[in-house]
Design a binder for this molecule. Structure first.
Ligand SMILES: [Zn+2]
Length: 1019
């Protein structure tokens, strides 16, 4: 052996690659290839070197040849390098996946010599042009290339020895040269090379023994147990569209079933119920095999969710439905509702989650994504995670810091060495297999694990233990765990709060649309078959699918957003139709005889806001009549659309009111509204502007008028060149480049009441234009309706309000509650939060007053000092070069208030502004006199009724509320339709405890941020 071990090691590596590996699949025999656009043909021969494409297109190939006579009784495989990812179909179903990591496909362990071999292969081209950073090259119309297809005889005697050598070389990579084991292993490998030089393949038996003996004297002192689980992280859509993911799911599934057949110790875990549903519908034979493998314990459904959803942008009820539909699917098809939340690749974890998990009976949480933090290393791997309400959930971050493990010894050892809670927990999960685009483990992964179990220097590695086994055993064996309180903020991917604005807007609109549809049908139906449960579930699943962690964050390619625009359009239209039907039913119960043009109005809010109906008649009616009250109307033209605006009538709040347009003067006293030169005024605020329409002051008009703002509504443009991951990242140096868009092309007062007063500004910059109408009227606060034509490259647009308050912390709404975050950059943990998520509002308050900035479909904010900013638009160029180019419409509202947040109406106002006032025309006709009382009443402003729906499995009403002010108390829920019985339930809608119904009301106690689900039996 050479004196310098580095030379010997290099020699052994080269020997393995150039001499041993090529012997694994020789000799070879030719296969002929034909192709077609369809599996039925017609077939045409295709030559090696032929190119095809473009990305995401599909081709079918037919390979044929004869297995040589002399291979009779031996293992035979084939190579099909046809381009793209491929799936071999057999008996009308996907059989095995073929790709760069799975190139050699076994035909038979004992093939019949002289027999004919034919294979049908489906191939789909991948998007090799796609970039996640920089400019996208032009798309290659023929990105894939047909290679040489061949049969081969597998050298079964050599295969295990090759894995032994491969593993030994890999083990050496993580050993220090000073370790005695290092020299021993290098010598053993060198002996193997010399033996091969002398005896060639005849050296296999002796070589195997040499390596085995080398391990003999070496020992391991790693006291830790690793639970390896096969996995294929299959993004529901990302750098490829959904249609390709369905093919990938079949490809991955076929591969993993093949692994299970060969390796009885192997267990594969797969999340996302939606992907199982595709398999069930599109590949029923494969799905049956998955169910059998699950029964045998080798295939394990995990994760509990419909998709692996983003947890910053997804709203509260949406999060609930992710688990609700996910678990129901697993229960129905696998007889087992999963008990974990498995989200290895999501960009931050809301502090609302622990309570949601607990109320579903989900006991464990797993991710590794926080290891991607930009600045701070997360201090735990196994710990208790505590949410905003105090609920704790057992949590594990696999210390190997990956969900696409390679099974190299170095990585397995990381599971021990990087485990930061060693004295408290001695077990880790290890997820291995090719992922991100599916595929999953190869035989090499599993063969490596077999060797790792017997090798020195490695921890104990479990065999055929499931994820559930890991959770249960690791939780039982862990002790004295540290608690991490609050959100698991990901220091990275902050641009995903803003990229692909339309998608985020559709998500918010959809969440409020289905909230209304369910609410209305709960009262328009008898909660039986007349409730449109299937249609509502279908629409929910559109929202849930698009909350996948690369769709809603804006990190996918153009095709994904073209698909989701269509999905959302279907959801919007179908949801509105459901609402129209329910409101027609409810409105038609009321008397409409004296109405000329009756219509039904519904506003799912406890506070009034601005309502509108499109208007194109020559004359303008004077008022909107609801019962005996006539509300003022205003004829408004805004951004080229004419409409009548009015205050949502009190009768329409949480109920359906019937209204008519009237030519009689209003009787409802309009609010005091005034305009002046550069001034708007209501009974609550005076807003002053400079010559360019920038807000110079907002005065709150109470007993002691106070100024709440310095220069406000300041549009700022930033250079947005992230270091990498364009659509994903906003990097902190962006803030050094703020360009204040002070100048306006025009500014004028354009509306003077009686419903609202408004000013309009037009700003032009770069190639873009902002038109904005700033108004005071029925909306709680100061309203900013905005139209932007956005044509910038790698810029970010924000709007800022320097609020005149002193506060070290700002409050951000999350699902079912809120969190506080610092307004300073003291520590590296504070600094990292320079761009953060919120749901509908962010509030900045001091002891006596404050202001909230409410959005209607934006999710990114930053607060530094007293500057409260909302992120409006970005313009990354990868992976979608057209991201956010074009026209945008959005609104935001600044709500200055007295007192602390908890005493303000910020939460109620955020619902009032986000819930559209629904208006549906009715036919004149007979009905009951009077008005429909509010469908549900709750006696405390601390409780928000988030959801009202029919129970999934019973003719009962589900009412989901949450405490929104971090306080406790008791309240009474009333329902004029009459409550017979009431139960407290969990999020599965399983009743826990019956509640007393006293005088038609349900009395209940509530805790800070508690999510309360009630089941009601109505009269
Ligand atoms: Zn992912």
């Amino acid at each position: 052996m050479q004196k310098h071990s580095a030379i010997t090691l290099k020699r052994a590596t080269q020997w393995f690659q150039s001499q041993v590996q090529p012997c694994l699949d020789r000799p070879r025999a030719p296969l002929t290839a034909e192709w077609s656009m369809s599996p039925e043909g017609p077939w045409e021969s295709v030559a090696e070197g032929t190119t095809w494409g473009p990305a995401f297109s599909e081709r079918w190939f037919r390979l044929s040849g004869t297995i040589p006579m002399e291979w009779d009784g031996t293992e035979v495989a084939f190579f099909a390098p046809l381009g793209g990812e491929r799936t071999w179909w057999k008996d009308g179903a996907p059989h095995v996946g073929i790709d760069g990591e799975h190139p050699r496909i076994r035909i038979a362990d004992e093939a019949k010599g002289g027999s004919r071999f034919e294979a049908l292969i489906q191939a789909y081209a991948m998007g090799s042009h796609v970039r996640v950073f920089g400019d996208m090259p032009p798309r290659d119309p023929a990105s894939e290339k047909v290679g040489k297809c061949e049969l081969c005889q597998v050298n079964t005697a050599l295969v295990p020895y090759a894995y032994d050598i491969d593993f030994a070389l890999s083990l050496l990579k993580q050993l220090p040269e000073t370790d005695p084991g290092y020299a021993t292993l290098v010598r053993a490998l060198n002996d193997c090379v010399n033996l091969w030089a002398e005896q060639g393949e005849d050296s296999v038996t002796r070589g195997t023994k040499i390596l085995k003996d080398a391990y003999g004297g070496l020992t391991s002192e790693l006291k830790h147990t690793v639970y390896p689980l096969g996995h294929a992280h299959l993004d529901t859509a990302w750098l490829w569209p959904l249609s390709i993911t369905k093919l990938k799911m079949a490809h991955t599934t076929a591969n993993q079933l093949a692994n299970m057949a060969r390796y009885p110790e192997y267990i594969y875990v797969h999340s996302q119920a939606s992907q199982y549903e595709w398999l069930e519908k599109e590949y029923p034979k494969l799905f049956t095999r998955v169910k059998k493998a699950a029964e045998a314990g080798q295939w394990e459904p995990i994760g509990s969710m419909w998709v692996e959803a983003d947890c910053n942008l997804t709203g509260g009820e949406s999060l609930v439905r992710q688990f609700f539909y996910g678990r129901r699917y697993f229960q129905a098809h696998f007889g087992n509702p999963t008990k974990d939340m498995f989200l290895p690749d999501v960009f931050g974890y809301s502090a609302a989650l622990p309570q949601i998990l607990q109320k579903f009976g989900i006991k464990y949480f797993l991710t590794q994504k926080i290891s991607w933090n930009q600045f701070n290393k997360f201090p735990h791997n196994t710990f208790l995670w505590q949410g905003i309400d105090g609920t704790k959930v057992w949590s594990h971050f696999p210390p190997a810091d990956t969900y696409v493990g390679s099974c190299e010894p170095e990585e397995i050892i990381r599971s021990v060495k990087q485990h930061k809670d060693q004295a408290r927990s001695d077990a880790s999960m290890y997820l291995f297999g090719w992922g991100d685009g599916g595929g999953g483990p190869t035989e090499r992964h599993i063969e490596f694990l077999r060797r790792a179990r017997m090798a020195p220097y490695l921890p104990e590695i479990e065999k055929r233990k499931s994820a559930q086994d890991f959770y249960r055993e690791a939780a039982a064996r862990s002790k004295d765990l540290i608690t991490w309180v609050g959100e698991l903020y990901l220091e990275g991917h902050r641009g995903t709060l803003t990229s692909q604005a339309a998608n985020k807007q559709h998500n918010r609109n959809g969440e409020f649309l289905l909230r209304d549809a369910e609410w209305l049908w709960s009262f328009a139906s008898q909660l039986g078959k007349d409730y449109p449960a299937n249609e509502l579930e279908r629409l929910w699943k559109i929202i849930l699918l698009n909350q996948f962690h690369d769709i809603i964050p804006g990190s996918s390619i153009r095709e994904v957003y073209e698909d989701s625009d269509q999905d959302y359009a279907d959801m919007q239209q179908s949801g509105e139709e459901l609402i129209r039907q329910a409101m027609t039913k409810l409105g038609s119960r009321l008397d409409r005889r004296e109405h000329f043009r009756p219509f039904a109005i519904f506003h799912n809010s406890t506070l009034s806001s601005q309502a509108s109906i499109p208007w194109n008649q020559e004359t303008t009616p004077q008022s909107l009549a609801v019962g005996d009250v006539r509300y003022p109307l205003q004829d408004v033209e805004e951004f080229g659309e004419r409409k009548l605006i009015f205050e949502s009538p009190a009768e329409s709040l949480g109920s359906v009111a019937v209204a008519d347009l009237s030519d009689l003067p209003p009787t409802h006293k309009p609010p005091r509204l005034k305009t002046g030169n550069r001034k708007l005024e209501s009974d609550q605020f005076t807003v002053r502007f400079d010559a360019h329409g920038n807000i110079t002051s907002i005065l709150m008009l109470d007993d002691h008028p106070q100024e709440i703002i310095e220069l406000g509504n300041l549009f700022q443009l930033f250079d947005d060149h992230p270091m990498f991951w364009e659509a994903w990242d906003v990097d902190p140096y962006l803030f050094e480049t703020a360009q204040d868009l002070i100048k306006s092309e025009t500014f004028e007062i354009v509306e003077r009441g009686p419903v609202r007063v408004a000013a309009e500004i037009v700003k032009r910059f770069g190639n873009s234009t902002i038109r904005q109408r700033i108004s005071l009227g029925p909306t709680p606060g100061i309203r900013f309706d905005t139209w932007v034509d956005w044509r910038e490259h790698r810029k970010m647009l924000k709007v800022g309000f320097p609020i005149a308050v002193n506060s070290g912390r700002a409050t951000y709404e999350i699902q079912f509650g809120h969190v506080e975050r610092p307004t300073h950059r003291n520590t590296s943990w504070d600094f990292a939060k320079f761009e953060v998520p919120a749901q509908k509002w962010v509030d900045l308050s001091e002891g006596g007053r404050g202001a909230a900035l409410i959005n209607t479909g934006k999710y990114g904010y930053d607060v530094e000092g007293n500057m409260l900013r909302l992120s409006l638009l970005r313009s990354p160029k990868a992976p979608d070069p057209d991201c956010d180019m074009g026209e945008h419409r959005f609104s935001y509202v600044l709500l200055p208030h007295y007192g602390l947040l908890q005493q303000s109406q910020v939460v109620a106002a955020s619902y009032s502004v986000n819930a559209p006032v629904r208006v549906v025309p009715l036919e004149p006709g007979e009905g009951a006199r009077g008005e429909v009382p509010r469908f549900l009443g709750i006696s405390s402003e601390d409780l928000v009724i988030e959801t009202v729906k029919k129970a999934e499995d019973a003719p009962l009403l589900v009412v989901r509320m949450y405490e929104c002010h971090n306080t406790r108390g008791s309240a009474t829920l009333t329902c004029p339709r009459g409550i017979r019985r009431a139960w407290l339930a969990d999020l599965n809608e399983t009743p826990d405890m019956e509640l007393d119904v006293v005088e038609g009301g349900v009395r209940l106690d509530y805790r800070p941020f508690e999510i309360i689900t009630l089941l009601l039996e109505l009269d």
